[in-house]
Design a protein around this ligand. Structure first.
Ligand code: ZN
Length: 143
């Protein structure tokens, strides 16, 4: 394992053990999307609150593997406070990176870049994707 892999693993384990923004909020101003990944047992719910074109808050809850749960935490920190447009661009590029599709490398994925190693494990790509897909879904509902 090289140092970069080690660093990436540390970030993932930190978010898995100490998830940020975890726990749902009962408030109709939050849009909620629930996604399951039957191949791994991941079961994630994501909420976002958009106000004046800004992602004011992002919450997540659920259970699953370390890749899935940690990516929900990383996602919440990465997109919170961004404009809806910026957050959408980050989400789109992150998902394209994971899927080995062309993506804009000038877009700063922040901590979410740690999941680029997941591309080597096709079975885990969905694990790293579903929280972000759920987030995209909440943005669509906020339109
Ligand atoms: Zn998983």
């Amino acid at each position: 394992m090289n140092n970069m892999d080690n660093l990436y693993r540390q970030v993932i384990m930190d978010h898995y053990k100490n998830p940020r923004n975890k726990g749902l909020i009962q408030d109709p101003s939050y849009k909620t999307i629930h996604i399951k990944n039957p191949t791994c047992g991941d079961d994630i719910t994501v909420q976002s609150k958009v106000e004046d074109g800004i992602v004011k808050d992002v919450r997540h809850d659920g259970s699953g593997c370390s890749i899935c749960c940690s990516s929900a935490s990383v996602m919440s920190e990465t997109v919170k406070g961004k404009s809806v447009q910026e957050a959408s661009v980050v989400a789109e590029n992150y998902l394209n990176m994971l899927a080995n599709k062309p993506y804009d490398e000038t877009v700063d994925l922040e901590e979410a870049i740690v999941y680029q190693g997941v591309r080597q494990f096709p079975a885990r790509i969905k694990c790293a994707s579903i929280a972000w897909k759920a987030f995209e879904g909440t943005l669509k509902e906020s339109e």
